[in-house]
Unconditional design. Structure first.
Length: 310
């Protein structure tokens, strides 16, 4: 196997973060030094900070715990794969919980001053002209979480050991911003704060060959496609007196589409339709069944899983 070229290395101390220009084809390794430490992570398009990593889209496509072989996606309307998880020696990451903040520690614990991910991220990003408002929901590396039977999210202790790591391959030029999670009064990092090691590598041809292809679609819009491509520079909101609505795909037109079902298909439909929800509205019940099937097919296809057989 070809040895990767090391570009740069840092030790990230507790209470700190680091903004890193990670260029397309480079790998950022976030590594445990002592073990048991959560790392929060923000990511922006290096050439357009309004395109940033979106935990909601990533969660929808890859589930609550993205790991090796999955992507980190940017927010709508861009919705592009920004990073690829090339390696993950633990397989426990989280996109359920938001970053911790100063408010959390003061409201829940009475600590008026406490390390927290939002403030650490804000300071690290300030090196590149970003403000505290630009910090977004973090990808929580090495954070062990789940959802209980009542639908509530929870976290448990870590089992990470020294040397455990996640390798993130940049699919575009990004500003990658990891930080040592500031939560030392909960299970997030086993009730302590420890350093993390950061290493940037040049990806090998073998690394690049492992990345699945993602589609380039017309719906992935960038500022050149926006009706208003100008970033608002002031804070107050004021109505534009010259505004005239130009909604796409309007007016909405409804067309009846008869669907002929065989006796066998009708029997299958009757067995699964939710009468308690839809009553006698069979069209609505059938529509939602078909939509759920399509949604599952779409998510599996984008997760790299085999599509459902028709």
């Amino acid at each position: 196997m070809t040895t990767r070229k090391i570009i740069s290395e840092w030790i990230l101390e507790p209470g700190t973060g680091k903004a890193i220009e990670l260029l397309k084809g480079q790998i950022l390794r976030i590594e445990q030094v002592e073990g048991g430490q959560c790392a929060d992570f923000n990511c922006f398009n290096l050439h357009d900070y309004k395109e940033f990593m979106h935990c909601g889209r990533t969660r929808t496509v890859h589930g609550f715990h993205p790991t090796k072989g999955t992507f980190m996606w940017s927010a709508p309307p861009r919705e592009r794969a920004m990073l690829y998880i090339l390696e993950d020696t633990v397989g426990r990451n989280d996109v359920l919980f938001p970053r911790c903040s100063a408010y959390v520690y003061e409201a829940a614990y009475g600590f008026a001053v406490h390390t927290n991910c939002h403030d650490i991220q804000a300071e690290a990003q300030r090196e590149y002209g970003l403000t505290p408002d630009d910090v977004h929901d973090s990808f929580n590396l090495f954070m062990c979480t789940g959802v209980d039977a009542d639908g509530h999210a929870y976290m448990t202790r870590q089992t990470t050991k020294p040397g455990d790591h996640v390798d993130l391959l940049a699919l575009m030029d990004v500003l990658a911003v990891p930080n040592v999670c500031g939560a030392d009064v909960m299970k997030t990092s086993n009730f302590a704060l420890k350093p993390l090691k950061l290493t940037v590598f040049e990806a090998t041809d073998a690394d690049l060959a492992t990345v699945p292809k993602t589609p380039a679609l017309a719906s992935q819009r960038t500022p050149k496609d926006f009706r208003n491509p100008v970033i608002k520079s002031d804070r107050a909101l004021r109505r534009d007196p010259n505004y005239s609505p130009e909604f796409p795909n309007t007016p909405i037109m409804l067309t009846e589409l008869p669907v002929a079902l065989t006796a066998e298909e009708i029997a299958m439909f009757e067995a699964v339709k939710l009468t308690a929800i839809y009553g006698d509205d069979d069209a609505a019940a059938l529509r939602d069944i078909l939509f759920s099937w399509w949604e599952e097919r779409f998510l599996q296809a984008h997760a790299g899983a085999p599509a459902i057989e028709t």
